[in-house]
Ligand binder design. Sequence first.
Ligand code: ZN
Length: 367
Amino acid sequence: MKLSFRPVLAVLAALFLTIPVPAQNSSEGASVKLRTVVIDPGHGGKDAGCVSRDKKTYEKNITLDIGKKLAEKIRAAYPDVTVKMTRDDDTFVELENRAVIANKANANLFISIHVNSVEKGTTANGYSIHCLGQSAQRGNDLFSKNLDLVKRENAVIMLEDNYEARYQGFDPEDPQSYIIFNLMQNAHLAGSLTFADDVAKAMGSSPIKNSRGIHQDPFWVLWRTAMPSVLIEVGFITNPDDLATMRSEKGRSGIADNLFKAFAAFKARYDGTAPETAAPAAQAEPVAKDGPLYGTQILATGKQLSLSDPFFKGYKPVEVKSGKLYKYIVETSSSLKEAKAKYTEVQKKYPDAYLVKIQDGATSPVR
Ligand SMILES: [Zn+2]
């Protein structure tokens, strides 16, 4: 498939002319506290989201209940944190507005809650965690195995009045529309991946058993938020075990508990109150399973180092094992441009460092 960039660039230009993103929250420094979190229960109102095979259970109700439970837990534990919800009842909220709510609130973290679903005949189960990412372009295959999911979650915009004007021609069903995501910087990827990792750890094997991992995908709502943002598909409405869990009060409460634990871990690190051991493990492995990451490789060694080793001078490296070598890469980003800019800084401390691409668990030099 030959892709023409011109209409896409027009879309992009139009978006920036018409939907300004508020100035970035400058409060992401280590000395600043996490003050505001936005919880985004997917779907609502006329948009039911996924529906169970017996038609009795709707995604919108599960996401709202888990979202409310999570909000309650955070409010109870952290009275000084403002918890905002994109909706706290069964109303329809436009996709773009969800991001606007978070941006206006100057949120430090955005948590979007969804439920997954598959066609009849498959029994896929488990939860998955998604950060914004480039659509991996391999041959004619424009993006990842999550294509159906991405399309479905983005297709919500088609229920909105006047969506063609609002989204300036972005068509969630058209792979070509997704090129706009490739042209974006993702300034909050590191923070998003860190929270994704916190969620992965906290979810563990209960109450939903199967972890489907951390992914990077072009979700509109994650793209439009100006802070670390993660979308969690908590389980499959089409899987009988997952559904039973999500239908039960105990199950939903357990999921909210896990999300709360992830929030607590993230906040502790953000606020600089995390125990010494908590931070480095967060990026212990390359979590970007789909799109490539770029970064600066500062070391390749036969001996595995602790990620808090003084050699790393405070950087939190990504470790990539290659044969008998351990490679350590810092300042990773899905944006080559951003990684290049950081490389210049890193090279001052590590003169032999060089720029690499990380994909599918392997590194290759970038020239
Ligand atoms: Zn959804």
